[in-house]
Design a protein around this ligand. Structure first.
Ligand code: NI
Length: 390
């Protein structure tokens, strides 16, 4: 409970930092001022820190006793969303907004650094603080890993606020939690011509339409209904005017799944159907496929520690189960390499207007939940170092 008491002591500090970050949002991989401010705040309390992953920060607190190393991760980037709130801390940068709550993550992790800095004598090992840039573009975690942030780290915790969950509850269950976010682009090449003479052409509009329809059978006919899978064609662009047969069509889409062993076969199915469809109509098709974000799988052992730490902070009845989400999270880059757990802290409160969805112009958070977030980060670090067995 010491962590919660200390979190209360630092509550005003955390709220102040959050409002400062919120007022001054910076887009992915350009968090220059945010990085500078985080480093200044860490320097103030004597916490060793270095720039990492471009515009991120990696900070370290060594306990007085030897032991393992635990990572605590907060992402810090904002979005190109127009803020519709008129609060005094509303974004001062036109068209850019912390509409996903990453301002709160950075602030709560700074709060946790203060707490753990005071509790150095109770830390059995080392705590690494990941202030990660560029989550929204799926580049930040990889950039930090490339800079060596994960070296020697035995387990890692991520926290994301959630307007869907009631303020003050925590979800930290094990197993699959968030989906992949793959991206694909199909370029179909036919033969253009006059709309009145289809016999002289290969109509890319028709091939594109058939491809969209045939791709629907991947989910419905090739994969188990018990394992969620989404194949979405979000855009189909072809043609210039009503009486010209289009020579090309471009389809772009996204693929979401929770099982990492789906990565290869889904891509292969898209490629096979796309080629065979194009061939059936005498056209050709090319696929560009990008594995943007891996599915997020929470290690069961680490999740058990996270649930216990959460219960310590918010009480048993506020540690909740929650449905999976097909949203993607680049935390999966860490948890693909070391045991990790991506968890959610509720900040939804209809009375305070903090129940708008993430990425909405009116998104906001219940700041009263910050004490739980900071305390939970810190409590998890202590508990992990105390009880985790490799
Ligand atoms: Ni987010």
């Amino acid at each position: 409970m010491k962590t919660l008491e200390l979190a209360k002591k630092y509550h005003d500090f955390v709220v102040g930092m959050r409002r400062e970050f919120h007022r001054n949002p910076e887009v992915s991989m350009k968090e220059f001022n945010t990085q500078k401010r985080i480093r200044e705040e860490l320097d103030k309390i004597g916490v060793e820190n270095v720039p990492c992953g471009g515009t991120g920060v990696l900070a370290t607190i060594k306990g007085t006793k030897p032991g393992l190393t635990v990572g605590l991760r907060a992402d810090i980037d904002a979005l190109t969303v127009v803020e519709e709130n008129d609060k005094e801390y509303a974004s001062a940068i036109p068209g850019v907004m912390h509409a996903c709550g990453h301002d709160t993550h950075g602030a709560m992790l700074l709060g946790a650094a203060r707490i753990l800095n005071e509790l150095r004598d109770e830390i059995k090992g080392t705590v690494k603080f990941f202030f990660q840039p560029g989550e929204e573009v799926g580049l930040g975690a990889l950039a930090m890993i490339k800079d060596g942030a994960l070296e020697g780290v035995d387990g890692i915790l991520g926290v994301h606020v959630s307007s869907e969950l009631p303020s003050g509850v925590i979800n930290a269950e094990g197993g699959p939690r968030m989906a992949s976010a793959d991206m694909f682009k199909i370029t179909i090449t036919g033969k253009g011509g006059h709309g009145a003479h289809p016999e002289e052409t290969i109509d890319a509009v028709v091939v594109g339409a058939a491809t969209v329809m045939n791709l629907q059978t991947i989910v419905s006919r090739e994969f188990s209904p018990l394992d969620p899978l989404v194949v979405t064609v979000g855009s189909l662009n072809s043609g210039t005017r009503m009486n010209v047969i289009a020579p090309t069509a471009i389809l772009e889409g996204t693929v979401r799944y929770f099982r990492s062993d789906y990565a290869k076969p889904v891509k292969e199915a898209i490629e096979r159907i796309m080629r065979a469809t194009a061939e059936a109509y005498r056209a050709t098709a090319e696929l560009e496929y990008t594995y943007l974000i891996k599915p997020t799988f929470n290690d069961e052992k680490v999740a058990a520690i996270a649930e216990k730490a959460a219960a310590e902070v918010v009480g048993d009845k506020n540690v909740v189960k929650a449905p999976l989400t097909t949203g993607g999270e680049d935390f999966s880059e860490y948890s693909a390499l070391i045991p990790g757990v991506m968890t959610r802290l509720g900040t939804g409160n209809a009375a305070k207007g903090t129940d708008y969805p993430h990425h909405h112009g009116k998104f906001d958070v219940d700041e009263d939940a910050f004490v739980y977030g900071s305390a939970y980060y810190a409590q998890f670090a202590l508990d992990f170092l105390d009880s985790y067995k490799k």
